[in-house]
Ligand binder design. Structure first.
Ligand code: HEC
Ligand code: HEC
Ligand code: HEC
Ligand code: HEC
Length: 123
């Protein structure tokens, strides 16, 4: 093989790997915006959830409700298909927020293990 063509092929391969890596990295970063970062961007401090003495442990739902109203949250997603994650037949509007929303790790869809068709993407 002519060295010039060979160099071009090597360059093309390197470029493909580089761009592939960049796009994959971008997608991860976009999906990876966690609620702790989002809350911080809204001016919510660690102590707002963890208390004045900053107990670094799990935060019960009642703390979330100091700032979030369950009825208002349910109303905001009333039209979400196939069903409203914030108003369901098991817990009405009072499903524990922490079942789905996590602050310092990826959130999860608490409903899918039993309802495969509820494909919520949880922020
Ligand atoms: C909106 C409420 C909220 C805010 C703001 C918040 N946390 Fe948390 N934190 C939680 C919850 C809920 C958990 C339980 C685990 C989870 O959901 O990720 C937790 C757990 C923790 C833990 C225990 C280890 C773990 O990951 O489970 C540490 C340490 C912690 N938080 C530190 C911080 C620090 C430092 C800040 C500020 C930068 C902060 N938290 C801001 C809600 C919050
Ligand atoms: C000190 C007030 C405060 C506390 C406590 C708090 N939040 Fe929030 N949260 C906010 C504000 C402000 C916003 C941005 C406005 C909005 O979307 O309501 C927000 C937004 C959110 C969002 C929307 C994220 C998005 O991508 O649109 C979720 C989900 C959320 N909070 C969950 C929680 C959970 C779960 C807890 C309890 C562990 C909690 N919050 C505790 C103030 C708070
Ligand atoms: C079954 C999982 C689940 C539970 C439990 C849950 N959420 Fe959500 N939440 C979601 C999903 C999914 C969305 C995104 C809805 C969408 O795509 O518009 C969301 C979005 C939100 C938003 C943004 C709403 C907006 O304005 O668009 C807030 C705020 C929020 N949740 C707060 C809460 C609070 C507070 C609780 C506890 C009372 C809670 N969530 C419980 C799944 C859940
Ligand atoms: C541990 C398993 C389990 C989990 C987790 C679960 N469900 Fe269900 N759900 C069931 C079963 C079993 C039924 C059928 C019995 C009944 O109607 O109560 C059902 C019925 C329903 C129904 C009425 C029938 C239908 O399919 O429309 C809705 C709506 C529903 N669930 C929503 C939810 C939502 C939203 C979540 C997440 C917050 C959730 N479920 C989590 C087991 C579960």
């Amino acid at each position: 093989m002519n060295t010039n063509i060979k160099n071009k092929l090597v360059f093309a391969l390197a470029l493909t790997l580089l761009l592939g890596g960049l796009f994959a990295g971008g997608a991860v970063a976009a999906d990876g915006v966690q609620l702790d970062q989002f809350h911080a961007s809204q001016g919510v401090a660690c102590a707002d959830c963890h208390g004045a003495d900053n107990q670094r442990e799990a935060v019960p739902m009642i703390k979330c409700l100091e700032c979030h109203d369950t009825k208002a949250v349910a109303a905001a997603t009333a039209d979400l298909q196939p069903t409203n994650p914030h108003d369901n037949r098991h817990f009405s509007t009072e499903t524990d927020c922490n079942y789905c929303h996590h602050q310092h790790q990826k959130s999860e869809n608490f409903c899918t293990p039993c309802h495969l068709r509820f494909e919520f993407v949880v922020p």
